[in-house]
Ligand binder design. Structure first.
Ligand SMILES: [Ca+2]
Ligand SMILES: [Ca+2]
Ligand SMILES: [Ca+2]
Ligand SMILES: [Ca+2]
Length: 382
């Protein structure tokens, strides 16, 4: 169910970029066909998924054609008002949370202030143990689809593990509810995985808010197994308050009405680095303008963004073949432009393969991004 959920959102975002995205899709198909010989099965499947996305988007277009999509900036003005009003009239059980203890997202209780008979808000009860949300949240900002957004985070535990990148996959538990109706629309209490970044093929991504908030928290330091149940230690725990524009906006998803502001209580448990095009360069690195958007980086301007382009400079030598491999039998200290490509742990020990980007002509442009340098470092092995 969650797959479909995020899938549709990707569709919505694709439509908001419209023409360039369609070009991107078409070129992606051509690129897939060109390289089908290499990884026929994987890309064959991707091709089918891609067609499914196109069909899905088309259906959506027809069904919503009579209702114009609202202006993002106008909607954000209204959403900001709604969220600030909510944060000013709701409190959480702050006294329950003691430092250096692990709590669950279900421990977080948010309650509306009491009201008198005329509906006027009264003082917060038990201020020693409760805190008004507006006094506890961090206000964060971003620009997304040319719109300035404000979103809010209640940080109950930072976590002591690793901060995921915005293109990674995370393992999490959460409960999502709707600000306007106060209804819980989804909760996932069994640790589950989510790709923060969709790849335009079959892999669905998360809403923008998760991509923005997850990297500001850390995963667990580790876990212990107790009778088959995984207990995570010192993980990120918080709540995000999200305007519709960083959530599902005009898409109809599950039972969430369009333009809903959302609240997610979450635990960030684990993460995994993702290299969407498997070219050896992790996807977060392929965001060369560092704007936390991998869709607007396209070195060879073939309308296939670098993070899903396995020949980034379009010089005919794949990115992976323009990297130099090294093998280690213990945890390596990575050099500049060196990334772990694979890790195998067996009874014989650990084998880690890394790839390192080269700048053969020292012009400050790495070979795999430089179409004037075309050296295949793996040629001898093929
Ligand atoms: Ca990559
Ligand atoms: Ca490209
Ligand atoms: Ca690439
Ligand atoms: Ca090159």
């Amino acid at each position: 169910m969650i797959q479909k959920y995020y899938f549709n959102v990707s569709c919505d975002q694709i439509k908001s970029n419209n023409e360039p995205s369609i070009r991107f899709m078409v070129n992606l198909v051509l690129e897939i066909i060109k390289h089908m010989k290499i990884k026929a099965l994987k890309f064959g499947i991707s091709l089918l998924m891609l067609l499914a996305i196109l069909i899905s988007c088309e259906e959506d277009d027809n069904s919503t054609s009579t209702v114009p999509v609202r202006d993002r900036t106008e909607q954000q003005v209204a959403d900001r008002d709604s969220l600030l009003a909510y944060l000013s009239t709701h409190y959480y059980n702050s006294g329950f949370f003691e430092p250096s203890s692990d709590y669950e997202y279900t421990d977080i209780i948010i309650t509306e202030l009491p009201q008198d008979d005329d509906g006027n808000y009264l003082d917060m009860p038990d201020p020693d143990n409760n805190t008004l949300l507006i006094d506890a949240v961090e206000t964060l900002t971003t620009t997304f689809l040319d719109t300035e957004y404000e979103y809010y985070v209640l940080r109950l535990n930072q976590g002591e593990g690793v901060a995921p990148k915005f293109t990674d996959a995370v393992r999490f538990r959460f409960e999502g509810s709707i600000v306007e109706t106060k209804e819980v629309f989804q909760s996932i209490s069994t640790p589950s995985n989510l790709n923060l970044q969709a790849d335009g093929f079959g892999s669905s991504g998360s809403i923008k808010a998760w991509q923005l908030v997850m990297p500001t928290f850390n995963t667990a330091t580790g876990f212990t197994l107790n009778n088959g149940i995984v207990d995570y230690d010192n993980y990120g725990l918080g709540v995000m308050f999200v305007p519709s524009g960083l959530a599902y906006f005009s898409a109809i998803i599950l039972d969430v009405p369009v333009y809903s502001n959302l609240i997610f209580k979450f635990e960030l448990l684990q993460h995994e680095e993702v290299d969407h095009d498997n070219d050896g360069i992790p996807s977060y690195v392929e965001d060369y303008n560092n704007d936390e958007d991998v869709l607007d980086n396209d070195t060879d301007e073939d309308d296939i963004p670098d993070f899903v382009d396995f020949d980034d400079d379009g010089d005919g030598i794949t990115t992976f073949n323009e990297l130099v491999q090294a093998t280690y039998n213990q945890e390596p200290v990575l050099a500049e432009n060196e990334y772990i490509y694979s890790r195998d742990e067996t009874s014989e020990g650990i084998v880690i393969i890394t790839v390192t980007a080269q700048d053969t002509n020292s012009n400050g442009i790495l070979d795999y991004l430089d179409d004037s340098v075309s050296i295949n470092y793996n040629e001898d092995e093929e």
